[in-house]
Design a protein around this ligand. Sequence first.
Ligand SMILES: NC(=O)c1ccc[n+]([C@@H]2O[C@H](COP(=O)([O-])OP(=O)(O)OC[C@H]3O[C@@H](n4cnc5c(N)ncnc54)[C@H](OP(=O)(O)O)[C@@H]3O)[C@@H](O)[C@H]2O)c1
Length: 316
Amino acid sequence: MKAYTLKQIGGVENLVQKEIPTPQIKNNQVLVKVKAIGINPVDAFVRSSEQGLSIFVNPGKGEEVILGWDIAGIIETVGSEVNGLKTGDEVFGLINFKGHGKAYAEYVAVDAAQVALKPGNISFEAAGAATLAALTAWQALVTHAQIKKDDKVLIHGASGGVGHYAVQIAKHVGAFVIGVGSSENKDFILSLGADQFIDYKKEKFEEIVRDADVILDSLDKENLKRSFSALKTGGRLVSLITFFDDELKALIAHKKAQAYRMTVESNGNDMKSLADLLQQGALRSHVTKVYPFDQLPDAHIQVETHKTRGKIVVTV
Ligand SMILES: NC(=O)c1ccc[n+]([C@@H]2O[C@H](COP(=O)([O-])OP(=O)(O)OC[C@H]3O[C@@H](n4cnc5c(N)ncnc54)[C@H](OP(=O)(O)O)[C@@H]3O)[C@@H](O)[C@H]2O)c1
């Protein structure tokens, strides 16, 4: 099968396409013929950083590295211990995160517990997009922050991969949603269902919002400190990037906040929840650009701009 292996840490030229053996599945796995691959900022981080590779993939010594975790595809073979999935089923999921997902390939061996059936009414591209980023939004808002109707929810990076799903999930729950982004994404963020838009380049969000029940922060420590000013006492905050040092822990205590620094995890049950929302039309993937497999390195260049609206996807 064809796959991209990582020659060495560095630029996109190190993503090398070659023929490798099709993976063997374990008894609890299915072999998926990949149709679409979602690309995330973490993919580029791991490609270009020794530290990133060791944190997020941690390959065995001398093991050939195949990046990627987000897939949608068709089941080709089913392991003997797998129940509820069969050859020909269309599935999507986040594969083995954190760990060696090996998704940049024609076939991927996948733990059956990490995928859900792809809704029939959405494309493989839309499903491949709604994996790591959508799961992050779900686990941040539903699992950690436990958002509920009428919560005031502020979402940073609302036009991005995670943010555009987070706006829709919060809206679906019945929250009042404030999306923060740059002016060129205002109409997009409002079209996702946000009730209010804040342009972070022109306005200080913490001067406009002082009583958020929930904040999803995907930025640096300076932004996170300002987020605590926008959070009401006793509010919930989820940080995707910044870990809590002593200064931030003091802010958490001062605000009596419930604060979580989360890392997304592969989870088939959460994928089923996303599949339900996608099936209902309550959640939609905005796929800005689809790249053919031969142009996968260009998708890395795009994601590294950190200015992608919604998601980008590679088709196989
Ligand atoms: N901890 C975890 O488990 C986890 C999971 C997923 C993602 N992440 C991280 O969360 C971040 C967001 O992920 P993503 O997939 O949504 O990324 P993305 O698709 O690249 O989107 C990022 C968005 O952030 C906005 N942005 C960029 N620079 C900004 C700045 N200086 N100030 C304010 N907003 C800025 C951009 O919106 P505008 O163009 O409107 O400015 C962009 O749409 C990434 O750093 C990613 O690595 C962490």
